[in-house]
Design a protein around this ligand. Structure first.
Ligand code: PLP
Length: 403
């Protein structure tokens, strides 16, 4: 017989997922109610209102897509893009490539503007490409976890407005820990996940849609046979996914409560609690907290003599990447950290795999004790790997930031 689930105690200090806030786990252990129980529809309505505050938007169409963050990305792209539509993707890491590949699967004509990993894309380069390509949609990542870079978005919103381009952003890794006022920055669609700065598990993708994005999607509305009424006349090009069809999902979350999927009740409980925790603290204070602990971790890893990867001026607040010192087996060090100390940090993907470690300070783990413990443990692991380290230099440098 297999044993009940009893995971080992871990401090998850990688690029996400991170240790969930116990309040979120408690909310997720609540009993189910029926899909159209007034209690459930009230939770849905509350969740929409909470996420409007998280995204800093007035958008009516603000809700959850069931599935991990990439379900939110796919829902946005498959619902916005028709075959042959032109889309422009700034690529500055793995997740820009992901947007490209999903847009290609939507059979869009995809153009990219790329910079080396560790940099962000200058607004002039984006505008020059917008003028050349004349895309329907600009699709970008805000914080690309693979490189830790945070793409400035305010200028891009203005460029999109000037050239009448729709603006989509994947904020999975950044939302809640970095500024992202969707309306003020002219974003039409933003999607996210819970497992980073929002302190929850993966499995739910908050999304917000501007009125013009919602109108464009509603113009492709095909209600399923079996539930469609005579008034549900099909319009426009049918969205290529049923599960991720935002035209139907908007009506599922709207006053009509159109029957679509069975809402993932437990994930909704979790997502709702994530937003409640964030807003109780205050969005600005939460972003400041991520900044403060991110700065302490940055000072700490430098104190340990590690070299930081990428353009630090454009780093997300909530994750730092450091070069693995020459001659050190990065994966062996990470395995030792997990086995001996219950501490998880990450490496990265593609060209950075095995070359950098990524250390997060996000959500529930953007805390002084988590930062100092990580630095103390990392010092031991470096010393064991033969790297000369001044005793206490990492913790000391972080404490100076806190002082
Ligand atoms: C920026 C970004 N986008 C998308 C994803 C994919 O998210 P998920 O694994 O929840 O589908 C991640 C995951 O780390 C991410 O960091």
């Amino acid at each position: 017989m297999s044993l009940p689930i009893d995971p080992p105690p871990r401090l998850l200090m990688g690029p996400g997922p991170i240790t969930a806030d116990p309040r979120v786990l408690r909310a997720m252990s609540a009993q189910l109610v029926g899909q159209y129980d007034p209690a459930m529809t009230a939770y849905m309505t509350e969740t929409m209102a909470l996420y409007r505050q998280v995204f800093v938007t007035e958008n009516e169409h603000t809700f959850l897509v069931d599935g991990t963050s990439r379900a939110g990305i796919e829902a946005a792209l498959v619902s916005l893009l028709e075959p042959g539509d032109r889309v422009l993707v700034p690529v500055f890491g793995r997740f820009g490539h992901l947007l490209t590949e999903i847009a290609e699967r939507c059979r869009a004509e995809v153009h990219t503007v790329e910079v080396p990993w560790g940099e962000v894309v200058p607004a002039e380069l984006v505008e020059e490409a917008v003028v050349r390509v004349r895309p329907k949609l600009l699709a970008t990542v805000q914080g690309d976890t693979s490189t830790t870079m945070c793409q400035p978005l305010a200028d891009l919103g203005e460029i999109c407005r000037r050239h009448d381009v729709l603006f989509y952003c994947d904020a999975t890794a950044s939302l809640g820990g970095n500024e992202l006022p969707a309306d003020a920055w002219g974003l039409d669609v933003v999607t996210a996940g819970l497992q980073k700065c929002l302190a929850g598990p993966s499995g739910s993708a908050p999304i917000t849609l501007s009125p013009r994005a919602a109108a464009l999607i509603a113009a492709r509305r095909h209600v399923e046979a079996g539930i469609a009424t005579d008034d549900d006349v099909p319009r426009g090009a049918r969205i290529a996914s049923n599960y991720l069809d935002l035209a139907q999902i908007m009506e599922y979350w709207g006053p009509r409560r159109l029957n679509h999927h069975t809402e993932a009740t437990t994930m909704l409980y979790g997502a709702r609690e994530c937003a409640r925790i964030l807003l109780e603290e205050g969005l600005d204070r939460a972003i400041d907290r991520h900044r403060r602990h991110g700065e302490a971790m940055l000072a700490g890893v430098r104190g340990l003599g590690l070299q930081v990867f990428g353009d630090v001026a454009h780093k997300m607040t909530n994750v730092v990447a450091v070069h693995i010192p020459d001659g050190v087996d990065g994966d062996a060090v990470r395995a030792g950290l997990l086995e001996d100390y219950g501490l998880e940090i990450g490496t990265s993907f593609g060209p950075l795999h095995g070359r950098v470690w990524r250390i997060g300070t996000m959500g529930y783990n953007a805390r002084t004790d988590a930062v100092l413990t990580t630095l103390a443990v990392l010092e031991q692991a470096l010393r064991a790997a033969g790297v000369p380290v001044t005793p206490g230099a990492g913790v000391g440098a972080a404490r100076e930031v806190y002082a």
